[in-house]
Design a protein around this ligand. Structure first.
Ligand code: ASP
Ligand code: MG
Length: 408
């Protein structure tokens, strides 16, 4: 007998008919003799609707009340799934976040799970009941309901699997696994059987929106065996596992992209100590995340000036420009240029650790297509480039072929 956590996303619970199909997946595990805890999202579109209601109340809302409103979508689906399971003859009950409790900090709207009390729920599961749990919610250190940030149900599921010591955490979604790249853009993209936590983390954070990043971090930390699979087909999905579980490594596992990027260039910034700190300090204070950074030494030594380029999310662009401009006098740059029409493409693979020349093949491949690289950044298992948005699809297809990822 295994203990399995199953998580179903919004499209899988879009209406009661879909919830019935979800219940059938749950019943299958139960009939196989397994114990099950199910984590559900809100019905597709519901959370957006709830956020929109909050927005209509005014811009300076109380984040605690935001959480009261937006957490409600998951409460509905957990009650409905428990009802449908009961209707199918499966013993089940819902467990709201405060009933465990699922303890979080009090950062409302983006809370982090700090602990899950599992005694009561385990007793119920051991007594033969399926536990149905609303994802996305917990109870804060202030005693009030919290939410974990958009997409947070994945994190609820993985954290619950870790706390329960589950044998597996199946994330059911509307895609049948993790692909080498976005199959809507590259028709030859392939589903991966396995991927490492580290690669998945890079895939998640650079824009392959299969799993919330935080959920992968927790899975990696606690060794939770994750499986991403489709709720619409019976097929096995992609297993996210430890590196030593993968015998034969592909050099590159996947290529991710993110359109949510914007570039800011400061032309002729004085080249002196402290200048980077005085640019990025105020941005950090304004809670603006800077991603890629390049700094050039000016070719003209007389001027002792340098150009500095960095990227932020598109949503932060306007604010970032305003922050930098408000320090224009101290910074002393000649010109500020900004560009939201850029995309970041990243090739990812743990094979990079042991093989040279991966980045070079990327640059060569893009050069052959006449695509100009604006910014480059690398990590141990990733090479990212920033290019013009209009080249995104061309670049993805070319790189997919270059690294031998094309399926039939
Ligand atoms: N319903 C929440 C959202 O849409 C959480 C989730 O589905 O993961 O962000
Ligand atoms: Mg999601």
């Amino acid at each position: 007998m295994a203990l399995i956590v199953q998580k179903f996303g919004g499209t899988s619970v879009a209406d009661v008919e879909h919830i019935r199909a979800v219940a059938a997946h749950v019943k299958k595990e139960v009939d196989a003799g397994n114990q099950v805890a199910v984590v559900v999202s809100a019905m597709a579109g519901v959370t957006n609707q709830l956020v929109d209601y909050v927005d209509q109340t005014g811009k300076l809302y109380d984040a605690r009340e935001y959480d009261v409103v937006v957490s409600s979508g998951e409460q509905i689906t957990s009650g409905l799934l428990a009802l449908v399971l009961q209707d199918m003859g499966v013993s089940a009950r819902s467990w709201l976040g405060w009933q465990f409790p699922i303890e979080t900090n009090s950062a409302h709207g983006k809370a982090r799970i700090e602990g899950i009390e599992t005694d009561a729920v385990l007793k119920s599961i051991n007594g033969g009941e399926v536990a149905v749990v609303p994802g996305f919610q917990g109870v804060g250190s202030d005693g009030r309901i919290t939410t974990l940030g958009r997409g947070g149900s994945d994190t609820s599921a993985v954290a619950l699997a870790a706390a329960l010591g589950a044998d597996r955490c199946d994330i059911y979604t509307d895609v049948d696994g993790v692909y080498t790249t976005d199959p809507r853009i590259v028709a030859k993209a392939r589903k991966l059987d396995k991927i490492t936590y580290e690669e998945m983390l890079e895939m998640a954070s650079v824009g392959a929106k299969v799993l919330q990043t935080r959920s992968v971090e927790i899975a990696m930390k606690h060794g939770v065996r994750l499986q991403v699979r489709s709720s619409f087909s019976g097929e096995t999905g992609t297993l996210v596992v430890d590196e030593d579980e993968i015998v034969e490594h592909e050099l590159i596992s996947g290529i991710a992209y993110s359109r949510d990027e914007a570039k800011i260039t400061l032309v002729a910034v004085p080249d002196k100590p402290g200048i980077a700190a005085s640019i990025f300090g105020p941005l950090a204070d304004a809670n603006i995340n800077v991603d890629m950074i390049v700094q050039n030494v000016s070719a003209d030594p007389e001027h002792k000036a340098t150009d500095l380029t960095f990227t932020v999310t598109e949503a932060d662009l306007e604010r970032a420009v305003a922050v930098v401009k408000s320090h224009e006098k101290d910074l002393g740059y000649k010109d500020l240029q900004s560009d939201g029409d850029v995309v970041k493409i990243s090739v990812i693979g743990v094979g990079m650790r042991s093989h040279a020349g991966i980045a070079q093949r990327m640059f060569q491949s893009l050069a052959e297509k006449g695509i100009n690289i604006q910014v480059i950044s690398t990590s141990e298992i990733k090479v990212s480039v920033l290019i013009g948005e209009e080249y995104a699809e061309l670049a993805l297809r070319a790189l997919h072929t270059t690294y031998g990822l094309d399926g039939e």
